[in-house]
Every structure is written in structure tokens, then in C-alpha cells.
Design a protein around this ligand. Structure first.
Ligand SMILES: [Zn+2]
Length: 258
């Protein structure tokens, strides 16, 4: 069994580190190493050797540490084909497999464009590494794609099983819940989620991973067809829209200004 350890980076990024839960296997892989230092320190402290790097998209706070890490240990680097990540050794896209034999791990690649042009997610071991596309109770900004693409990508992730653990790129959960409560004020599951997240942060712990079941029940960006979300989007716009893409675009814009 694998253990997935969050290494905090910058202000609010997480570098997800995969290692053997029984601590007998000295290998580790990392997802989205925006900086090298926390990874190097963790590997040294735990006596681990890096065997693979996975990148979800090209933003510097997700890939900035790769060159220093591969200079230390030459390992395969998986990431989206079609994005400018010079260190990639294994460019991947929809339905490709990422195999990490020394950890007994295998992931499927999902294309989830929108935040960036060719953003990918990695799914396996009942876990989803969603980068800056699906956040806990939120989603990333639409920088390089369209609202329709981003909604398609989120809808695709939302078809994964309820128990899927969601490991996203940032600790944005409390701010996301605050916005979600403005969109979906009477959702009792959101109130409960806020309480749990507050307690975790007060104890200095990550709010992640969440689960897809939890996201489907509380994340407004996965609930664009729910009457309450449609109504809130209309209140924000002062108009009458009903199709999910327009609703998504409206609440995404609202969140940008929130
Ligand atoms: Zn990003």
C-alpha cells in the first residue's frame, strides 16, 4: 500500500509524495514539485530515493523544482504533452498509463484542459491528482481554455467513484467553502464541511484529500445544474440563464471577484 504525504511549498501549494506505507521500500515519487528544496529535505530525512516525477500542468509553482531534482537523480518525468515543460521524458495524454514499477503504482491519465491548454490528471489507487483543475470545494481559474472546456473537464472528473480521494495542488479549501456558502447557502453539508476544515486548519493540518462524493455534494462548480446554483448565478448576473456552461462561467467570474 502507498502512503501519500503532503509537502507544503510556497504559500499554499502541496507537493504530493508517494511512498510505501510500511516504510520498507526506499523509493518515492512526487507530483507537481514546484520547488526542489522541500522534496530534497524530505527524501534526505526519510532516507528515500526519488524514482519518478509527475506534473499536472506547466505553471512554475507545479514544475519549478523539476530541473534541480533531475540534476540530482535522473528519473522519468511524466507530464502533459502539448505544454512547455522542457524536462519531460514521458509526455502523456488521455488514456496513457503511468507505471512506477518500484512502487507498484499505476495511474491512468485524464485530459482535463481549461486551467491550462493541456492540463492532465492522474487517477489510480482510488486517488486523483487533480492539479489546479478540481480543488476541494472549488476549481481553478480558466486561463488557457474556455468555460465549456473547464466544465467538461470537471464533469469528467465527477464521474469517478465517490470514494476517490482528491489530492489537488493548493490549500484553498476554507476560502472555497466561504464562496460555496454564498452560492449554495442552505446546503447543510457545506456547513458541516466548513466546521471540519476549520478544525483541521486550526490544528495545522491539511484539509486534503477530500473525496469525490464530498465534492459532488458540496462543490458548486460540480453542481451547475442544481436549481439553487442556477438561481444564485442568475442573481449574480441579474439575468435568466439556465444552461450549465453559462452557469459555470457566471459563478467562476463571481468567484474571481469574491
Ligand atoms: Zn496552475
Amino acid at each position: 500500500m502507498l502512503e501519500i504525504v503532503p509537502l507544503p511549498a510556497f504559500q499554499d501549494n502541496y507537493i504530493w509524495t508517494l511512498r510505501d506505507a510500511d516504510r520498507k521500500n526506499p523509493h518515492a515519487a512526487v507530483v507537481d514539485p514546484g520547488e526542489a528544496r522541500p522534496v530534497k529535505e524530505y527524501l534526505a530525512r526519510e532516507g528515500l530515493t526519488l524514482v519518478a516525477i509527475l506534473a499536472t500542468h506547466h505553471h512554475p509553482d507545479h514544475v519549478g523544482g523539476i530541473s534541480e531534482l533531475v540534476a540530482m537523480t535522473k528519473v522519468p518525468v511524466f507530464g502533459p504533452k502539448g505544454e512547455p515543460i522542457p524536462e519531460l521524458t514521458h509526455p502523456v495524454g488521455q488514456d496513457d498509463k503511468v507505471e512506477i514499477p518500484s512502487l507498484g503504482a499505476s495511474f491512468s491519465v485524464l485530459d482535463i484542459p481549461g486551467h491550462t491548454r493541456a492540463h492532465v490528471a492522474y487517477y489510480g489507487l482510488e486517488s486523483l491528482f487533480s492539479g489546479d483543475t478540481l480543488f476541494a470545494c472549488g476549481c481553478g481559474r480558466v486561463f488557457e481554455g474556455t468555460a465549456a472546456q473547464m466544465l467538461d473537464s470537471l464533469t469528467k472528473l465527477a464521474t469517478l467513484p465517490d470514494e476517490t480521494k482528491v489530492y489537488c495542488g493548493h490549500e484553498y479549501t476554507l476560502a472555497n467553502i466561504k464562496f460555496a456558502r454564498a452560492v449554495d447557502p442552505d446546503n447543510p453539508l457545506l456547513a458541516a464541511r466548513e466546521e471540519r476544515a476549520r478544525a483541521l486548519r486550526a490544528a495545522g493540518r491539511p484539509t486534503l484529500p477530500s473525496t469525490l462524493g464530498e465534492e459532488r455534494a458540496t462543490n458548486p462548480f460540480l453542481r451547475c445544474a442544481e436549481p439553487v446554483v442556477v438561481e444564485s448565478a442568475n442573481k449574480y448576473l441579474g439575468s435568466r440563464i439556465g444552461d450549465p456552461v453559462s452557469v459555470f462561467a457566471a459563478i467562476r467570474e463571481w468567484k474571481n471577484r469574491f
